[in-house]
Design a binder for this molecule. Structure first.
Ligand SMILES: NC(=O)c1ccc[n+]([C@@H]2O[C@H](COP(=O)([O-])OP(=O)(O)OC[C@H]3O[C@@H](n4cnc5c(N)ncnc54)[C@H](OP(=O)(O)O)[C@@H]3O)[C@@H](O)[C@H]2O)c1
Length: 377
């Protein structure tokens, strides 16, 4: 095995007091693993919307400027003044980025568990994955099967476990079918495959006709396009057909309220008698993403049996406990190249991730525009 360098690059995001976001590659020491740790040479890490939230924050992407050298670019952008108030706790703190990724274990501590991973390609989650080297506890690494590349295993935690977590939440809370928004996303495509395989009713909401087509081509039965004139009626019909009473909304804005309203209308179609309090069937919307920055809009015309709340993967996994979480992880591992396969529009180096063109590309968070960083190139 080659001698390891003493320092390596790590992508950092810094919010400065003058309202500037700065992205740079910082030189950091390459750590030596402790007994139960391994050092991963990172080879693949996806840029997911939650990473973009930390990486770019609310910066105005029309103001991006790149200086520095080709190997060590520095990208800056202006942060609108009102947004700076919310960012007070991170001003001056240079933050590493990248929730999950995969790479080759190039050094390992003395424990048998760590030694067993030496030379293996592993996936890991835990932040700071946009780095050339990442130290991890051996117990937290997922060794990938021999025929699986780092790129194929790089996204095996966040989106796969979230799609399974949605179905699990649906079952545990007594619902039998679900609604998903921004549904042509990478995660949405996985959820379609899970629901088709498991025979679960799924109502997909998208915002463009081409996304509706993409999902129909994947075999989706219910796809409602919020840009179509008959959207609310289509949605109500799909909800009546499936009986979906729980929704996972990645957007914000008016959708949560519209979904609750259409659920109530669908339920009332079969009601035998009128109640001034609305139907007694509980309707749930979980806001699990913030793709649409507008405030969530709710006009209460759907009775009293409803709630809107937040949903986040890690508290969910904690709540169901290690044994149940392990069942979900095992399913992901066995269907990594099928149900949970992720697709990337481009692979870029750490420096490439800071080019103005690439920032504009992944910053738009569009369907099929997911970018993979390979810190080893
Ligand atoms: N809470 C959690 O624990 C958790 C875990 C995992 C993922 N998530 C969330 O899941 C969502 C999907 O993640 P992903 O990695 O699968 O995304 P992705 O593949 O990058 O796709 C993003 C999707 O969002 C759509 N979109 C972007 N801006 C939108 C807007 N303003 N209104 C409606 N749709 C919009 C895009 O459609 P267009 O082509 O129309 O732009 C695209 O289909 C994200 O919001 C992410 O933060 C949450």
């Amino acid at each position: 095995m080659n001698t390891l360098p003493t320092t390596a690059l790590e992508l950092r995001s810094l919010v400065q007091a003058d309202g500037t976001l700065q992205l740079s590659l910082e030189s950091v020491p390459v750590p030596t693993p402790g007994a139960d740790q391994v050092l991963i040479q990172m080879q693949a890490a996806p840029i997911n919307p939650s990473d973009i939230g930390l990486l770019l924050g609310p910066a105005d992407l029309s103001t991006v400027e790149v200086t520095g050298s080709p190997d060590r670019p520095v990208a800056t952008a202006r942060i609108p003044e009102p947004a700076m108030l919310r960012l007070a706790p991170r001003i001056g703190e240079s933050m590493p980025v990248g929730n999950e990724g995969a790479g080759l274990v190039v050094a390992a501590g003395s424990s048998p568990a760590a030694q067993a991973l030496l030379g293996r390609t592993v996936a890991a989650i835990g932040g700071a994955m946009y780095s050339q080297y990442r130290l991890m506890p051996a117990a937290q690494c997922l060794p990938l099967p021999a025929d699986t590349t780092a790129a194929e295993g790089a996204s095996c935690f966040v989106n796969p476990l979230t799609s399974l977590g949605m179905v699990e939440t649906m079952k545990r809370e007594g619902h039998t079918a679900l609604v998903h928004t921004a549904a042509a996303s990478n995660l949405g495509q996985m959820l379609n495959k899970v629901c088709q395989k498991d025979g679960i009713g799924l109502v997909n909401i998208v915002r463009r006709p081409e996304q509706a087509q993409l999902l129909r081509d994947l075999g989706a039965k219910y796809v409602c396009d919020s840009s179509a004139p008959g959207f609310l009626e289509d949605l109500t019909n799909a909800l009546a057909d499936t009986g979906a009473t729980i929704a996972f909304d990645a957007t914000g804005g008016p959708l949560a309220g519209q979904i609750l309203q259409c659920m109530e209308t669908a339920i009332s179609r079969n009601a035998k008698e009128y109640s001034r309090y609305g139907s007694a069937v509980h309707k749930q919307v979980y806001l699990y993403g913030q793709l649409d920055p507008r405030p969530v809009e709710i006009h209460r015309n759907f009775g009293m049996a409803w709630s809107v709340g937040g949903w986040l993967l890690f508290p969910f996994l904690h709540k169901i406990g290690n044994e149940a979480a392990q069942v979900l992880r095992a399913r992901v591992a066995s269907e990594l190249k099928t149900t949970f396969a992720s697709h990337y529009a481009r692979t870029v180096s750490l420096a490439g991730a800071l080019s103005a063109e690439n920032i504009a590309f992944y910053g738009a968070r569009n369907t099929g525009a997911k970018v993979l960083i390979d810190p080893s190139i």
